[in-house]
Design a binder for this molecule. Sequence first.
Ligand SMILES: Nc1ncnc2c1ncn2[C@@H]1O[C@H](COP(=O)(O)OP(=O)(O)OP(=O)(O)O)[C@@H](O)[C@H]1O
Ligand SMILES: O=C(O)[C@H]1CSC(c2nc3ccc(O)cc3s2)=N1
Ligand SMILES: [Mg+2]
Length: 537
Amino acid sequence: MLGNGPVIYGLDPLEPLPNISFGEIIYQTLKDKPKNQPILINGHSGKKITYSELLEKSCLLADALISYGYGPNTVMAISSKNSLEYYYPLIAAIFIGAVAAPLNNDYTNIELNHVLNIFKPRVIFCSKDLVQKFMKQKSEKEFIEKIIVIDTEESVFEGESLKHFIAGNVNGSMKLTVYRPVDIKAHPAFLMCSSGTTGLPKAVMLTHQNLNTLFMQFKDSRILGHDVISLCLPPFFHVYGLGSTLIGMLVSGPIVFLHHFEGNSFLKSIEEYKVNRLFLVPPLVVYLTKCPFLKNFDLSSITEVICGAAPLKESTERDIKEKLNLKVVRQVYGLTETSYAVMYSDKDGKKWKPGSSGRVGPYIQFAVRNPDTGKFLGPNESGEICIKGDMVMKGYYDNLEATENAFTDNGWLRTGDIGYYDEEEYFYITDRIKELIKYKGFQVAPAELEALLLTHEDIIDTGVIGVPDERAGELPFAFVVKKQNSLLCAKEVQSFVENNLSHQKWLRGGVIFVDSIPKTASGKILRKELRILFQKL
Ligand SMILES: Nc1ncnc2c1ncn2[C@@H]1O[C@H](COP(=O)(O)OP(=O)(O)OP(=O)(O)O)[C@@H](O)[C@H]1O
Ligand SMILES: O=C(O)[C@H]1CSC(c2nc3ccc(O)cc3s2)=N1
Ligand SMILES: [Mg+2]
């Protein structure tokens, strides 16, 4: 049936959105916190900063930036692994109405060149290990005026230290007035890069209103509890890491962070800081379910595991829940284009639906749309997930064409993800539209095939793509990682699918055994790389 389904509204907001800038929200919130309470803790080194340090240093830096003539709309890039100093330049930029652009510290020169040419930052804040990389970029790009090093008191090559920069403020310390834009719905606060799973990263523009809304979602106690200690592994340059830490610090409580995954620091930090909430990605949840050392650590403080960025298998969800004796494992779903997660599984776990990424959050609307006819669909009908609301980006930075393509005529963001909702408005994300295999007239979801293959006892991992075929259009093809010493052959894998799924989903393209499946660190299968691998066969 092709219905004309409804718009699914998020929970009724408890409060209206504030009509001040995001900078004012940060300022007011930090000012009212207990001064000497630690707010950000480096889980590797144990070093900490307090609420008052965060506010004072950010204000001093904001003052200094103004004295050098930077202000509203100046783009400032920030690049460093997760660190205690990360938020000084970021908050300072927001305070003065400038635009903060966090950049992936692992970008190759090609990716860096691509995003720098889009953002054209005048100032770059970076960690000392990245100074030389940015000096090279500065020598090629006129728009870069200054490189400031955030994690040392000495200057490094041409990179001036943060301390030196602040001390050079010719006006002395002024009394900072936090910038309030005329239109918080229009004024950008952040330029964020999408993960680049499907191509080069996209430059997403997030406004003060977008961030204010995220703040209000975190404040809504139906969505997230307060006064908790959280541990965050996702990188601060991505919306997931940024939102979890920046908004988490303001609303939830202290954040322990790590800048790379290492089992011992991870488990030790949970025990030492009595962490209640973990912000994770699927590979880390899998690690916890399989880790033989869990019993050596006291992890009883954990009450909540939040997992986003990529699909979490139902079996993993069950395993971790059991292993850590949790009421709930919370899948969250969102995009860089929606500022953070916009859909959350229930907080109390009373209605735990494995495999679901939950219900729509406040201030947000969802619809499932037939991408061909544009019709909105009803419960249990699959289509493109479309999102509207106060957390949806204004557009891609300096790219009207891409922005127009991203929205429907009625202003709905087309996520490119396929999914459906059940009668109780719980959503299930099944795949990405671009990754669907077109076999004859049928659409085959690689994720469905992968989920089945993973149930085979000899298969450790797998990735499925469509390979070109003259007659059928595309044929499903599987890359398979098998258990060591397994005698599994391609034919057996094909028969396994044939015995379990309808004929259009059969692996007619073939099966090949590989050592590993290329993935992002968050667990997204890089099908663009599988396609390249296939071409080389
Ligand atoms: N809980 C989840 N379950 C399944 N998929 C998820 C979940 N959360 C996020 N995703 C996936 O992540 C995407 C958003 O990720 P992000 O904005 O970081 O970049 P990307 O879409 O992976 O990369 P790019 O747009 O640059 O190709 C979503 O569109 C969705 O495909
Ligand atoms: O790929 C993404 O969409 C983003 C969202 S969060 C994320 C990562 N999170 C972690 C956490 C630990 C780690 O070792 C690597 C990553 S990448 N990547
Ligand atoms: Mg995307």
